[in-house]
Design a protein around this ligand. Sequence first.
Ligand SMILES: [Zn+2]
Ligand SMILES: [Zn+2]
Length: 241
Amino acid sequence: MVFNGKIRYSFIKMGFLDWLFPRKCVWCGKGGGYFCGQCLNTLSLISKNICPECSQGSIDGRTHPRCKKKYSLEGLTSVFKFKGIIGGAISKLKYRFVWDLADDLVEGVLSFLGEARVFGDFVLKENPLLVPVPLFGGRKRWRGFNQAELLGKMVAKNLGIDYDDGLLLRTRQTKPQAMLQKKMRLENVRRAFALRTGRQISRKSLIVFDDVWTSGATMRECGKVLKRGGAGMVWGLTIAR
Ligand SMILES: [Zn+2]
Ligand SMILES: [Zn+2]
């Protein structure tokens, strides 16, 4: 890699890569923008929230009282279905972080987040700190960035809440969850995260943020680490599910 992360970002910001790679719809490839009108029409919102513990339907995404364990997430909010144009946008950002594409995506998330009533209340009343799911150091260096960090920072800024990507650490390399079968995913992320030493989160309300919710094993594990570290309430937020 010739450029280090910082220089690469500023090149992207300056539109250098836009010039090199003209904007095309992330789903159908039509020129003119990252989201063409036709594909935007097929955008699907999450219509049914789920409990982050059992993945069954739950009003407002709250964890079912019967599922709640000592270190469970309080609830989960996801905005879009991970398919079509949203799947395309997130996959594109995974290999190259494009600022204006991320801007459009975050704007879309925020415009629909208002409907997530409980999440909105949580943000207003609890003044939470947004914590992105970290990548392992080696993988971050290889890719140059962590899209959950960059997207999370933009979401936090727009919600007017604090952001901290130094709180959680990924302590070992894990395999990409998507490559694994369901029962292996839990094992893959078990004890893969830790709270950075010396950080105080006692009774603090937190939002664990990731771009996609798949099996939920990663976010449940992050939630567990934060709560064990003393956090009061931890809510999960993902762009897609
Ligand atoms: Zn399109
Ligand atoms: Zn449940």
